[in-house]
Design a protein around this ligand. Structure first.
Ligand SMILES: Cc1cc2nc3c(=O)[nH]c(=O)nc-3n(C[C@H](O)[C@H](O)[C@H](O)COP(=O)(O)OP(=O)(O)OC[C@H]3O[C@@H](n4cnc5c(N)ncnc54)[C@H](O)[C@@H]3O)c2cc1C
Length: 422
């Protein structure tokens, strides 16, 4: 094996999309994956315009659309009474941001990047579990548990939530949210109820929520059911189990109840994130994707942020590549670290707050519902900061939305009551 320019640790969506992006810039890239085979979980993923813009740049958007579904509308409903709270017209969104909102099977998206990497000549190695990193001068290495040393000008660690490399820049731990996700993909013929596949639907309820949308041109329905585990709150080890799942959704509306029997009950995903960090680069070793910024999933931006990371890094590599082909790596990594952590910090913190809003109970749930119902459907002030073009430089990062305090619903509620016919 000849020495690559870049060694990428982790062959998830972050690692593979970055490998493809860098190989497009003319670099020799090697990906090291610990598993026996490259692969992803058999469930769905949502890709907002800030991601499909990049898929388009990579020449992969049409294939992604062919493998996925481009829905017309995203609707948020109350999980208790099933009523509509607010919605986004996804076709308007596409007109506004220039690129579609797409839902796709994870293995289809992952497979798209895997095929693209193969065609681009990326070296793809499995059963390479990296346990150590080192660097000297203008070289960095990743060493596997079998003692194989992989050297490159740069090592990118895209090794996920439990990243080994993250310890190079911070001594922290994943933060448990005490929430757990159940997933299930069902052939549409077996769903047993009418489902409008032109919609992405999220039902938000007290300490739980339920999401569904179509996949594979409408052949499959993807469902995600998430709830807070009392056992996790009590500090028990064995949390998120099916008995808790059944109890958590007991008070939800018929539409949610009808979806629950289709969830997988033999595996579940406990939801962790980490506090945002601003240092992602240690000399010639850089974090990327969940290794740098694992979020709670409420913004549906985790994989997107990973794809953006790779795109931004590759753009800076292109910009800082000399005529002879040599890359100013110190400059490229500094530019990457100057812009990405702040964006991802915003997404991580917003995801936490968004999750809290979804799961409110009692008066706060009613206040939330009043505010969501009062939102104008064409108001993009909550999406501009995230669905617009990905910033390459800190000064391009858009300003954030202004949060609306829950108590401001009280005035709105009485205005609403006054306007009702008596
Ligand atoms: C329920 C749920 C729903 C979600 N929905 C969305 C959504 O709609 N949209 C969205 O954008 N995001 C979503 N996300 C988030 C998204 O799945 C993740 O943020 C994204 O997959 C992270 O990709 P990654 O490549 O950085 O990490 P990972 O997917 O974790 O990949 C890491 C890879 O590195 C490998 N690896 C780990 N350690 C080593 C090692 N030591 N040596 C070698 N290889 C190693 C792993 O085997 C794996 O292949 C969701 C997450 C959840 C849990």
């Amino acid at each position: 094996m000849s020495t690559p320019d870049v060694v990428i640790v982790g062959g998830g969506i972050g690692g593979l999309s970055t490998a493809f992006a860098l190989s497009r810039s003319g670099l020799k890239v090697r990906v090291l994956e610990q598993a026996k085979e490259f692969g992803e979980v058999g469930a769905g993923i949502q890709l907002a315009p800030n991601c499909t813009r990049m898929l388009d740049d990579y020449g992969l958007l049409e294939e992604a659309k062919a493998r996925g579904v481009v829905p017309d509308r995203m609707v948020m409903r109350d999980a208790v009474d099933g009523s509509d709270l607010t919605s986004l017209d996804l076709r308007d969104l596409e007109r506004k941001y220039g690129f579609p909102y797409l839902v796709i099977h994870r293995s289809d998206l992952h497979g798209l990047f895997l095929d693209a990497c193969r065609e681009a000549g990326v070296e793809l190695l499995t059963e390479q579990r990296v346990t150590a990193y080192s660097q000297e001068g203008d070289k960095a290495t990743a060493t596997t548990d079998a003692g194989t040393v992989h050297e490159g000008a740069v090592v990118i660690a895209a090794d996920g939530l439990h990243s080994v490399a993250r310890k190079l820049v911070v001594d922290d731990q994943p933060v448990s949210s005490a929430y757990v996700a159940y997933r299930g993909t069902v052939p549409i013929a077996e769903v047993g109820r009418p489902v409008d596949l032109s919609e992405v639907v999220v039902y938000v309820g007290p300490r739980c929520h339920f999401v569904h949308y179509g996949l594979r041109g409408g052949d499959l329905l993807n469902q995600v059911a998430v709830f807070e585990s009392p056992k996790a709150l009590a500090g028990l080890e064995d949390w998120g189990t099916p008995d808790e799942f059944d109890t958590a959704f007991a008070g939800t509306c018929d539409a949610v109840q009808q979806g629950l029997p289709h969830m997988w009950r033999d595996k579940w995903w406990r939801m962790y994130d980490r506090d945002p960090i601003t240092t992602w680069v240690d000399g010639r070793i850089a974090l990327l994707g969940d290794a740098a910024h694992p979020p709670l999933q409420y913004m549906a931006q985790g994989a997107i942020m990973a794809i953006e990371d790779g795109w931004v890094l590759a753009e800076h590599v292109k910009r800082l590549r000399g005529d002879g082909g040599a890359v100013d790596w110190a400059g490229a990594l500094a530019a990457y670290e100057a812009v990405r952590p702040e964006h991802c910090r915003r997404v991580l913190l917003t995801a936490r707050a968004w999750g809290e809003l979804w799961h409110l109970d009692g008066v706060e749930r009613e206040q939330r519902n009043v505010l969501l119902r009062a939102r104008k459907v064409d108001d993009c002030s909550f999406t501009d900061w995230i669905y617009g073009p990905t910033a390459l430089f800190p000064e391009d990062e858009p300003t954030m939305f202004q949060p609306i305090p829950l108590v401001s619903a009280d005035g709105l509620a009485s205005d609403l009551a006054d306007s009702l016919p008596r």
